[in-house]
Design a protein around this ligand. Structure first.
Ligand code: FES
Length: 174
């Protein structure tokens, strides 16, 4: 029966197969992985991360909350304020990209745990990303440097956050 069907195919039918066109889109590099966004190029990165990739560590906290910070080429920027199109070819790091692939926490994450610098945790991804940027620019920040980070903590963890960032800067020692 299968052979009969094969014989019934019109000759040259293989030539009628039209390969599907490769969909155009924006190529993104997120946490070391490549993605192609084929939807609206004006979509804010925050919604692409959360709703498309399900990387929900980056939070919505309104403008200037800092909960939506991600690193773009090493600089902390709000994911809500970046369109996907503006990030083509740039290196994006979210909080999910901080730990090692075997699950070992990044030294900053470990310092936040060690200093109990996490209340409800909503702001924590923002602090971690902001601190990564800060330590990249200033390996031994002052309290003032930390206080100027653009992250709001409604749980009042600022003092412990300061200690955590300084602990990470000090190689994990308080
Ligand atoms: S830990 Fe709750 S807002 Fe910062």
């Amino acid at each position: 029966m299968a052979q009969a069907q094969a014989r019934d195919l019109p000759s040259g039918s293989e030539e009628n197969i039209v390969p599907e066109k490769i969909r155009e889109g924006v190529d993104l590099l997120i946490n070391g992985e490549r993605f192609r966004h084929t939807g609206d190029p004006k979509m804010p990165l925050l919604w692409y991360l959360r709703d498309v990739l399900r990387l929900t560590g980056t939070k919505y906290g309104g403008e200037h909350s800092g909960a939506d910070l991600v690193l773009v080429d090493g600089k902390a920027v709000p994911a809500l304020g970046q369109t996907v199109a503006s990030l083509a070819g740039k290196r994006i790091t979210t909080v999910e990209g901080m730990a090692a692939t075997d699950g070992t926490l990044h030294p900053l994450q470990q310092a936040f745990v060690d200093e109990d610098a996490i209340g409800c945790g909503y702001c924590t991804p923002g602090w971690l990303i902001a601190a990564l940027d800060l330590l990249g620019r200033k390996p031994h920040p002052t309290d003032d440097d930390i206080d100027q980070l653009p992250v709001l903590c409604r749980c009042g963890c600022q003092t412990r956050v300061r200690r955590a960032i300084k602990r990470a800067a000090n190689g994990g020692k308080s």
